[in-house]
Design a protein around this ligand. Structure first.
Ligand SMILES: [Zn+2]
Length: 315
């Protein structure tokens, strides 16, 4: 059976990555780095030749998907990307070059509790599943990160789909992701995959004020689009132009605190995958028949992102 012909439950996704690691032990490494509120594993996948991992200057790209439970295509896409990179190393010159230049660190499902709930309860569930009040569950993980938390575009109401949580980084999943990110040296770029609308969003989200790096991010958007191809337009814009949102991962990765800790800024973007804004009847329910074509495009997009990031380091 073609794995990429369908969406899969969390336990199957873990098995998929275990099989990938077993098949390519010199390229793929798995690590459990935390637990969700309901006790599920949070897993990261490292992809790249292990013999280079010991290099203290080894550069890394951080990818994550599925902070939002209902955005199934984001999980399916990073599974496709991971398999393509593993299959391509040593065979496809561009992929080989990329993995020789950077190690890919991937969190395939950032919100496993919410994701499982979207299979068993509500398909359009968005948040995690931590109980907040009797009968009220979940924090919007992508409003919970500690950069300009509670600075607009999030809600203090636990019933809201964009509930920011009781305090910044209150959620065990967000804490674990932050710790793991901090423990990973030399990250030069990070992508948070979401759906939908076909957008490439760049920092910052909490204010309409452009960052001084806007020219680079705009150019990155063009390079990304060129790699994807005209048949699937991705609009690049500052996150806040879509709507103001504070407490997002993308802002924390890019933000002052992270830059201070790491000694510099990194490229941080959020990709809103297919379908386009116009196809709002499909929206989060992208049929699984689209997984392969979206995955193919995003492999190309990722390679463009990595090249641009390496060629235009931020200060
Ligand atoms: Zn999302």
């Amino acid at each position: 059976m073609d794995w990429h012909a369908d969406y899969h439950r969390y336990s199957e996704i873990l098995t998929f990555f275990q099989a990938l690691a077993a098949r390519s032990p010199d390229l793929v490494k798995l690590k459990v780095f935390g637990l969700t509120h309901e006790g599920r594993f949070l897993m990261r996948v490292t992809i790249g030749p292990h013999k280079r991992s010991e290099d203290p200057d080894r550069k890394r790209i951080w990818l994550q998907a599925m902070q939002h439970a209902r955005e199934w295509i984001s999980g399916a896409t990073v599974q496709y990307i991971a398999e393509s990179l593993v299959n391509g190393y040593g065979r496809d010159p561009a992929i080989t070059r990329m993995l020789d230049a950077v190690e890919v660190v991937l969190v395939p499902v950032a919100n496993p509790d919410g994701y499982e709930y979207s299979w068993m309860g509500e398909r359009l569930w968005r948040k995690n599943r931590r109980p907040i009040q009797p009968g009220v569950f979940g924090v919007d993980m992508n409003r919970n990160w500690p950069d300009h938390w509670n600075n607009g575009g999030s809600s203090p109401d636990p019933r809201s789909d964009v509930y920011m949580g009781p305090f910044a980084a209150s959620e065990p999943e967000v804490q674990a992701l932050m710790n793991e990110f901090r423990a990973t040296p030399n990250i030069v770029g990070a992508i948070d995959y979401h759906s939908y609308s076909q957008l490439l969003l760049y920092p910052v989200g909490y204010t309409l004020m452009p960052s001084v790096y806007q020219p680079q991010f705009r150019e990155l958007g063009q390079v990304f689009q060129k790699a994807i191809g005209d048949q699937t337009p991705f609009v690049p814009e500052q996150s806040s132009q879509l709507y103001i949102a504070s407490g997002g991962a993308e802002d924390w990765w890019f933000g002052d605190q992270t830059a201070k800790e790491r000694g510099g800024r990194i490229y941080s973007i959020c990709i809103e995958l297919n379908p386009s804004e116009r196809e709002n009847m499909v929206g989060f329910l992208l049929p699984p028949s689209a997984i392969r074509s979206v995955g193919e495009e995003q492999v190309r997009g990722l390679m463009a992102f990595v090249s641009y990031t390496l060629e235009h380091p931020l200060l």
